[in-house]
Write a protein of this length. Structure first.
Length: 290
């Protein structure tokens, strides 16, 4: 993305990618997949295979941004497996030393665990707490997706005016509030509004963290650091889904929402304290420096 969009347009480019992902996975994909499966069970799989083929062709039309970067001069040649481990160690060492990217990686892990814990039991929440039919679950997902799509359009302007750290902290605070609110309400309209806000906050958080990594990580380490970030976030989501199901079984459907809001709020508070001098300074900096 940095080579495609350039430093000044990273927020806009990342916001569009996030919005496109939400449209595909949150709106169009599930609706089209359900309809196609009703026509013939093989159709969703066939269409998916064809879409992946088209995606590959589209990637081939891009400029040569996927060429490997030039090798570091005087770097000793090592066996392939040893090189992989060396690359991973270098990426992990850089991530550990860089406070900004390290802290947002840890924050993303905490938020991913807690967010996935309640999302894993959302369909049961709709039926047992909101007392709605199962079909309302899909409608609520669509409403939530609209929040993420909205941020895909206005997120770059918010980031330019507020700065990345204020966006990050505001998104985390909203995630904690909306998650706690879901655990307290039994009203489907209020729940829909909270899901809308949660999706918007998650999209803003995602856009901001991705852009911060792309701007701050050296180009030759970006792939490795991004992989480590993805491993933390993806592993956290898997653990959150397992833990959320177990917690709901032990303490009730509301428990993952209510208990999960506390670690998110604590993480955002700690992040704000550790970087308390950053938001004001960076909000006034030029867009390219963000």
């Amino acid at each position: 993305m940095p080579r495609l969009a350039g430093p000044a347009e990273l927020e806009r480019a990342n916001a569009r990618v996030i919005a496109g992902n939400i449209v595909g996975n949150g709106l169009a994909g599930p609706a089209a997949g359900g309809w196609l499966f009703g026509v013939a069970a093989v159709l969703p799989f066939a269409l998916n295979a064809g879409a992946l083929g088209i995606a590959v062709l589209l990637l081939l039309t891009l400029p040569s941004v996927f060429r490997p970067l030039a090798a570091t001069p005087n770097r000793a040649a090592v066996p392939a497996l040893a090189s992989v481990w060396r690359d991973l160690r270098e990426g992990a060492a850089w991530l550990w030393r860089h406070a900004d990217v390290r802290d947002i990686t840890v924050a993303a892990g905490v938020i991913a665990v807690m967010d996935e814990a309640w999302f894993a039991v959302l369909v049961l929440y709709v039926i047992q707490i909101l007392h709605q039919r199962a079909g309302v679950y899909g409608l609520l997902l669509a409403v939530a997706a609209l929040g993420g799509i909205l941020v895909g359009g206005i997120g770059p302007r918010i980031s330019r005016r507020a700065g990345p750290w204020r966006c990050l902290l505001a998104a985390g605070a909203i995630l904690a509030v909306t998650q706690g609110g879901l655990g307290l309400t039994s009203n489907v309209i209020i729940a829909a509004g909270l899901l809308f806000g949660d999706s918007a906050a998650w999209a803003l958080f995602d856009m901001t963290t991705v852009t911060m990594r792309q701007r701050q990580v050296p180009a030759e380490l970006l792939g490795r650091v991004t992989s480590l970030y993805g491993t933390v976030a993806g592993g956290a989501q898997a653990l959150g889904a397992l833990g959320g199901g177990a917690l709901a079984a032990l303490a009730g459907i509301r428990a993952p929402m209510l208990l999960g809001a506390l670690p998110i709020a604590a993480t955002v508070t700690l992040l704000a304290w550790r970087h308390r001098e950053r938001p004001a300074a960076r909000a006034s900096a030029p867009a390219r420096a963000e």
